[in-house]
Design a protein around this ligand. Structure first.
Ligand SMILES: Cc1cc2nc3c(=O)[nH]c(=O)nc-3n(C[C@H](O)[C@H](O)[C@H](O)COP(=O)(O)O)c2cc1C
Length: 190
């Protein structure tokens, strides 16, 4: 399939089969990420792979976050936790912060965004469902996640928490394809 066709068919997939992701595929995803464009070849990414017991610890973090964020919404908390419980693999992607150089630090963030997108397309080829999360149980702005992966916001900025698994066939069939506004409405030819 052409690259343009692949780009159009990539989707956020949030429902997974109850089985572990093949270790070889995890390596392939991470390797694909490292080919992303990046300014001055700083290769400014770090990845944290969370599965098995580490995922149970992540679930606990998510629970603590949700308890504080939504104290009066136990149903929301339970449904959000189910999302974590039913996800076999989580990868956190972070960008190096360059002390005293905001522009370069921002460029590092853009490079990590590219790396995540590369992983997303690679996941599609490998038959994996993938979604980049920031909000809610994505925890990207929560200090607990920084502590968990063992870094500080002044050293690395967490860009995305990626949920991955083999797509659940039934949910995949029911999934609607989001449409896009035509580029003509988003483009000014100067
Ligand atoms: C920076 C970023 C943050 C996102 N955060 C979330 C999120 O927190 N939760 C979620 O369910 N999806 C999240 N998404 C996925 C989007 O909701 C999804 O890409 C969008 O609905 C378009 O659907 P598509 O990816 O299938 O084209 C995020 C995507 C990006 C790029």
């Amino acid at each position: 399939m052409s690259i343009i066709a692949e780009l159009k068919e990539r989707r956020a997939i949030r429902n997974y089969e109850n089985r572990e992701v093949d270790e070889g595929k995890i390596h392939q995803l991470l390797e694909a990420a490292t080919w992303a464009p990046n300014d001055r070849m700083r290769e400014p990414w770090s990845f944290y792979v969370i599965k098995g017991e580490a995922k149970q610890a992540y679930e606990q973090l998510a629970r603590e976050y949700l308890d504080v964020r939504f104290p009066a919404k136990p149903k929301l908390i339970e449904s959000s936790l189910k999302v974590v419980q039913s996800t076999p693999l989580i990868i956190v992607a972070a960008a190096d912060v360059i002390p005293g150089d905001q522009a370069a630090s921002e460029d590092n963030e853009y490079a990590v965004c590219c790396a995540i997108h590369s992983m997303w397309l690679a996941a599609k080829e490998l038959g994996l469902g993938f979604v980049w999360r920031t909000r809610g149980v994505g925890l990207v702005r929560d200090k607990r996640l920084y502590d968990f992966v063992g870094t500080l916001p002044q050293d690395k900025r967490i860009i995305g928490t990626i949920f991955i698994g083999y797509p659940e066939a039934e949910a995949l069939e029911k999934m609607k394809s989001p449409s896009r506004t035509c580029y003509t409405e988003k483009t000014v030819w100067l």
